[in-house]
Ligand binder design. Structure first.
Ligand code: HXC
Length: 282
């Protein structure tokens, strides 16, 4: 149940990449329930159809087109299909992602290309195509990119994703400065891990890794897809009309925990704290 008014996104035509499942699907359902027209792309037509059916059960329409965001011809085809169906989208959410947990020395160039192609090139394809069109038609627009905490810090073991998300974060900030004058806003969300079919099985494949990940989140749980969709709804809405170039973190304090040098003391037992207290000089 959203806290927002039902028609908050009326007048928005939102294009979401990677919306056949996971966060993309959740955002599509949320935006549509708040009055937006929603168009979605993804690589698997049957998954897109499922998202569209969920939305149609709520009495709303969702346009979909199979599209690999790495392929500019498919991107152009999808954009022209949506423009002829519901008019050109005025909001773009770059959500499509790919990621492997791996030692970097075990990755081939093809593995790098697959992830960078989806995350960085895919974002660039849709951003440039729509951005150029908005500018030449003198129409405002909104871009929301989904990044990750390691976009600004880097991270081992997810290096293709880290470098691609860093590029997307830089694109967000750069275009905010350059395209703000055209009424085009660029923002980003930096989520912690959100359990979806594509994420946990890949990023936290064993129970042991899942426990390690949750232990370092101060709120001791993952972010939910609904929480992320609420934040995204706000950022693409007119209520956020002066937010441009910022990245909003939604990770339960995980990034903060990781950056505090002494936060590892969380692991100490009451007995260890009693010992530390007894060593105090009175
Ligand atoms: C290492 C791998 C690999 C793996 C594939 N490759 N899987 N290398 N570890 N797990 C290698 C292959 O051997 C191949 O290299 C190259 O990568 C391309 O593989 P393909 O399978 O041919 O690629 P493709 O069909 O294009 O599919 C790639 C993909 C797919 C789209 C990324 O894996 C996929 O659908 N992933 C699901 C989406 C996903 O990852 N979602 C999670 C995002 S979560 P060679 O050299 O053999 O040709 C996320 C959140 C981050 O990003 C934030 C966390 C806080």
């Amino acid at each position: 149940m959203s806290i927002f008014k039902e028609d908050m996104l009326k007048g928005k035509h939102v294009l979401i990449t990677g919306a056949g499942s996971g966060l993309g699907r959740q955002m599509a359902v949320a935006f549509s329930s708040l009055g937006a027209t929603v168009s979605i792309v993804g690589r698997r037509e049957e998954k897109l159809k499922e998202t569209a059916e969920i939305i149609s059960r709520n009495g709303k329409v969702c346009y979909y087109r199979k599209c690999d965001v790495r392929n500019i011809d498919e991107v152009r085809d999808a954009l022209s299909y949506f423009a002829s169906s519901a008019g050109e989208p005025n909001v773009l959410v770059n959500n499509a992602a790919g990621n492997f947990i791996s030692r970097t020395e075990d990755l081939s160039f093809n593995a790098f290309n697959a992830v960078i192609g989806i995350v960085m090139q895919g974002t660039l394809h849709f951003t440039l195509e729509l951005g150029k069109s908005w500018i030449s038609a003198r129409r405002p627009g909104t871009i929301l990119n989904i990044v990750a905490g390691y976009a600004s810090t880097g991270s081992g073991y997810v290096v293709p994703s880290a470098i691609a998300k860093a590029g997307v974060l830089s694109l967000t900030r750069s275009l905010a400065a350059e395209w703000g004058k055209y009424g085009i806003r660029s923002t980003a969300i930096s989520p912690g891990i959100v359990p979806t079919e594509g994420s946990v099985s890949r990023l936290a494949p064993t129970e042991e890794i899942q426990k390690m990940l949750i232990d370092r989140i101060p709120m001791k749980r993952y972010c939910t897809a609904e929480e992320l969709a609420e934040l995204a709804s706000y950022l693409i809405s007119d209520a956020a009309s002066f937010i441009n170039g910022d990245v909003v973190t939604i990770d339960g304090g995980e990034k903060q925990w990781l950056s505090g040098q002494f936060n590892f003391l969380d692991a100490l037992t009451p007995e260890q704290w009693a010992l530390i207290k007894s060593l105090r000089k009175e």
